[in-house]
Design a protein around this ligand. Structure first.
Ligand SMILES: [Zn+2]
Length: 379
């Protein structure tokens, strides 16, 4: 590439590269460290997969998701919080409406008996050093087993998050032990006076290092987090705002900021089925990824979908996706299969993602047919 065209490319990329400041996020030197646990991988069979994302192509029914949990540590005060916990180690002790998913074999956990409590303790993180657990939402695969935390650990939830418990409510998915003897804080986003990319935000630690964002739709009260891991870079913890990278990507801004590597552009011509996916420059049997503007997958709106309000969930997803298209943010949702083999796990830190060019290396993983996230042709 000649000097002039190199300069033109830098100029073009520079033009679409917004900075975190353009999202209305105030500058701060206060940071947190983010470390990730893959609590377990769990396989969902056909019906359940289709109740999360669509389309499900023939032969692609069973899907194995990671269940991630995040340890967030405030650099200055060493204060620790957990964002989501994954699934409890004894799923048969969930409320009956949930334990049935396990006894019926609809969900199969790869490492039964393992939970975040064990992973934290083995990792030398004392449970009483965790001041609060934040649930993105109250689905079983995010709430762990709160009864194993000391009662000095608070629980933080969205104000719309349902708190009905079994057995008082026979169909409830939560248990009294999820709340018993513990301070429970309901976040009031309605009173929040800051918002980033249209998402109401609460400055959880008060110094700009860790924000909670209102991302309803998947469930009422569903929330996300924005962790400032260096003064100018962030990890966006998206909970279940989306489940698969193909629900967020591609988008035109994303394609400009993160052009698909040439070898994947070439591979996807044949690997992505033009019977199911199309783009302006596709031809029958030859998919063109570069001209694809629309995300590959959609949030399921089936009647028994895991998502309470698919329209509102899409609005939250579209807003969160603006971070995904920006160079200052690394977006991680709780079940992103495409990242399963590609991100550093505890005790390593995710905080150096930008210096390590991690985002450039992983964001197109999901269209690589060798990646477990690839779902774009029948089997
Ligand atoms: Zn969920």
């Amino acid at each position: 590439m000649g000097l002039l065209s190199s300069l033109a490319l830098i100029f073009l990329v520079g033009e679409v590269h917004a900075s975190y400041l353009d999202f209305g996020i105030p500058p701060s030197n206060a940071t947190v460290d983010v470390r990730v646990f893959n609590v377990v991988n769990a396989t969902l069979i056909n019906e359940l997969h289709a109740s999360i994302i669509e389309p499900v192509l023939p032969g692609r029914g069973a899907i194995t998701f990671p269940f991630l949990a995040f340890l967030v540590e405030h650099k200055a005060s060493q204060k620790r919080v957990m964002f989501d916990l994954g699934v409890r180690s004894d799923p048969l002790n969930f409320a009956p409406s949930i334990s049935a998913l396990f006894t019926d074999g609809i969900i199969q956990v790869e490492s039964p008996g393992r939970d975040i409590i064990e992973l934290l303790q083995v990792g030398g993180i004392a449970l009483n050093s965790i001041s609060a657990v934040i649930w993105s939402h109250a689905h079983f695969d995010h709430i762990g087993d709160m009864s194993k935390f000391p009662n000095t650990t608070g629980l933080v939830i969205g104000s719309e998050t349902g708190t009905s418990t079994y057995p008082q409510f026979p169909n409830a998915s939560l248990l009294e032990s999820d709340f018993a003897g513990r301070e429970v804080t309901k976040l009031n986003f309605a009173a929040a006076n800051i918002s980033f990319s249209g998402l109401k935000a609460i400055d959880y630690l008060g110094d700009g290092s860790f924000y909670l964002l209102n991302t309803p739709g998947h469930l009422p009260g569903h929330l996300s987090a924005l962790a400032r891991v260096t003064p100018t870079s962030f990890v966006s913890l998206g909970g279940d705002t989306f489940h698969h990278a193909g629900e967020a990507r591609p988008r035109p801004d994303f394609q400009k900021m993160y052009p698909c590597p040439a070898h994947l552009l070439e591979e996807t011509k044949a690997s992505i089925s033009t019977d199911y996916f199309w783009s302006p420059k596709s031809r029958d049997g030859a998919f063109d990824l570069h001209s694809r503007a629309q995300q590959f997958l959609a949030i399921s709106d089936l009647p028994d979908s895991f998502t309470a309000d698919a329209v509102q969930a899409q609005v939250s997803l579209d807003k969160l996706a603006t971070f995904d298209s920006d160079g200052d943010f690394f977006v991680v949702v709780s079940h992103d299969i495409s990242l399963r083999e590609s991100i550093p796990y505890f005790p390593a830190s995710l905080s150096n993602w930008k210096a390590n060019n991690l985002k450039e290396r992983v964001v197109w993983n999901f269209v690589d047919k060798a990646n477990p996230a690839f779902l774009f042709s029948p089997m």
